[in-house]
Design a protein around this ligand. Structure first.
Ligand SMILES: [Zn+2]
Length: 271
């Protein structure tokens, strides 16, 4: 599932490639993923130009002319792929958008996704995105901001995964983040010493920046259909149940933490 690094990479490529392109047509095959009937959706988007593409949490925002926004949510994962003019159109997709220059892009959701067309004034009332918090790579994600969040009495893992508190981290990168910080995922946030909170803040940013440098998760495709470079070798404890801890040599365990699983070294990350 795409997390912040993959979305930052994808939206960066989309922004560069799609700017100023004008929507000409499209095909939307999955009505339940849309906020408008498909024919109305296509009629509305026709003639609008792409101004900017960026992400907010796990949503892709495509800002259009006339103060419209095309919002995409990848759900459990999706391939969002660019197609050069004249290239064969893909077979499998739920959404397909064509531009006046003959180029296009398609979205194939792995499970279920969303495509919504909204006016600018509707954004502030859009339930799914209006409360998404700042991302760890935003300037506002300061040590002070994070210290304040960590005054909560919730478990640290749940806190970092809560999209209303921090946008964009899911159950992939979190394992190594907490391992590097030597914090057990079920530690109550407000019991962590402030020096360790500051350290965790820095590790969150470093970890995500490093993943962006490596091109994001290897099993996710970028806008050009290329697989990214962050593969199994780059993880420290994540998905390495039964293997030795890179720090102490102890055995990495997979444990249940509420509704999610966690990979930890029980020696390095004590509760
Ligand atoms: Zn260890």
């Amino acid at each position: 599932m795409a997390e912040l690094p993959e979305l930052v990479i994808l939206t960066g490529q989309m922004d560069q490639e799609l700017q100023s392109k004008e929507f000409q047509d499209g095909e939307l095959r999955q009505e339940k993923s849309l906020n408008l009937p498909s024919n109305e959706f296509i009629r509305e988007i026709r003639g609008k130009k792409v101004i900017k593409v960026y992400n907010k949490g796990k949503w892709i925002f495509i800002q259009l002319s006339s103060d419209y926004y095309l919002l995409l949510n990848l759900g459990m994962g999706a391939d969002i792929l660019f197609h050069e003019p004249g290239s064969e159109s893909p077979e499998e997709y739920q959404c397909y958008f064509q531009f006046t220059d003959g180029s296009s892009f398609s979205c194939k959701f792995w499970w279920i996704g969303r495509a919504e067309l909204l006016q600018g004034q509707e954004l502030s009332k859009h339930k799914a995105t209006k409360d998404i918090a700042i991302s760890p790579l935003d300037d506002e994600f300061t040590p002070k901001y994070f210290r304040k969040l960590c005054q909560a009495r919730s478990q640290i893992k749940n806190l970092i995964l809560n999209q209303r508190k921090i946008g964009g981290i899911g159950n992939v990168y979190i394992h190594d983040i907490l391992f590097r910080a030597r914090i057990h995922p079920q530690t109550v946030a407000n019991t962590i010493e402030s020096v360790n909170v500051d350290n965790l803040h820095d590790i969150i940013q470093e970890n995500l920046k490093n993943a962006i440098q490596l091109g994001g998760l290897a099993y996710e495709k970028d806008f050009y259909g290329r697989n990214n470079g962050f593969n199994r070798e780059h993880f420290l404890v994540a998905y390495k149940e039964g293997e030795p801890c890179p720090e102490c040599g102890g055995t990495i365990e997979k444990i249940k933490t509420g509704s999610t699983s966690s990979y930890i070294c029980p020696h390095c990350q004590q509760l």
